[in-house]
Write a protein that binds this ligand. Structure first.
Ligand SMILES: [Zn+2]
Length: 283
């Protein structure tokens, strides 16, 4: 797949993900408020945190393609900065729910059909969406999409937990709903924590993942023109990877070496779509 099509595909999936999370958050928060279900409202806040995450991915994809004079290395990390801010918003939301449910006035389910309908919609949407996203992840060979598909699957199971909580609370066992809320809060903090750690790692130029480096090493090892691999390094910026190679090539002609390295860099970018740039030092 060429890079222009890849960019379009990624943008399309990111927009779709923002829309799905907006719809989920609205269904849950409105359904939770109208039915008086704390668990459903809490799950709605969880969807807001998912929305923040998917929005930062979309912003990253768009901003990464903008060039700015004062930022010659690109604005890729804006995505991580947005993610960092949204992580704190997520923690705050989680804290607010915990405070309300465990120390606030107890809520009563006033409208069971509304709650069950809202949860039913959530179950269907998350089920279909995680299936679709998994298919796309395989098609685009994208680990981040695959991870997100897994996350949506966990959203699907969370909805089932909320359903049990709502019915339990309606039948006069509020403790079941409290447990459901605790599960949801765990997921809220978990996703907040993952976003936070990822953002900080990228902002501090942590190495790219081991698998990517290994994948590049395998490509280099198959090359006949390479005499010796001295070093393979990489850093992340936004959802992109930047790779730094140090190799010895089997030619004394600078022109030939230059042409070869250029072609090698293209080959790596084709094989690993998240790689935005390969910079090679060669002798
Ligand atoms: Zn989620």
């Amino acid at each position: 797949m060429d890079r222009v099509r890849l960019y379009k595909e990624k943008k399309k999936i990111a927009i779709f993900s923002v829309i799905v999370n907006t719809v989920l958050a609205l269904i849950k928060i409105i359904g939770g408020t109208l039915s008086g279900s704390a668990a459903l409202t809490a799950d709605g806040i969880h969807s807001l945190s998912d929305l923040a995450a998917s929005f930062s991915v979309l912003a990253g994809i768009i901003i990464a393609n903008k060039k700015a004079k004062d930022f010659p290395m690109g604005l890729y990390k804006v995505e991580n900065l947005v993610a960092l801010v949204s992580a704190f918003a997520i923690f705050f939301a989680g804290y607010e729910i915990a405070k309300d449910v465990f120390f606030g006035e107890p809520m009563k389910i006033t409208n069971l059909p509304v709650a069950v309908t809202a949860i039913g919609l959530t179950v269907v949407i998350t089920f279909l969406y995680s299936k679709w996203e998994k298919k796309k992840a395989i098609e685009l060979n994208s680990p981040s999409l695959m991870a997100d598909a897994e996350h949506v699957k966990s959203d699907f199971f969370t909805a089932l937990v909320v359903l049990v909580g709502v019915i339990g609370q309606y039948m006069g066992y509020p403790v079941i709903e409290k447990i459901a809320v605790a599960v949801v809060i765990y997921f809220i903090f978990h996703s907040g924590w993952e976003i936070l750690v990822d953002a900080i790692k990228v902002l501090l130029d942590a190495s790219v993942d081991h698998e990517t480096l290994e994948q590049i090493r395998k490509i280099l090892e198959k090359e006949d023109m390479i005499e010796k691999i001295n070093d393979i390094k990489g850093r992340n910026a936004g959802s992109y990877k930047f790779i730094y190679l140090d190799i010895d090539v089997k030619t004394d002609s600078i022109k030939e070496a230059h042409a070869y390295v250029h072609q090698l860099e293209e080959k790596i970018k084709q094989a690993i779509p998240e790689v935005e740039k390969v910079i090679t030092h060669y002798e």
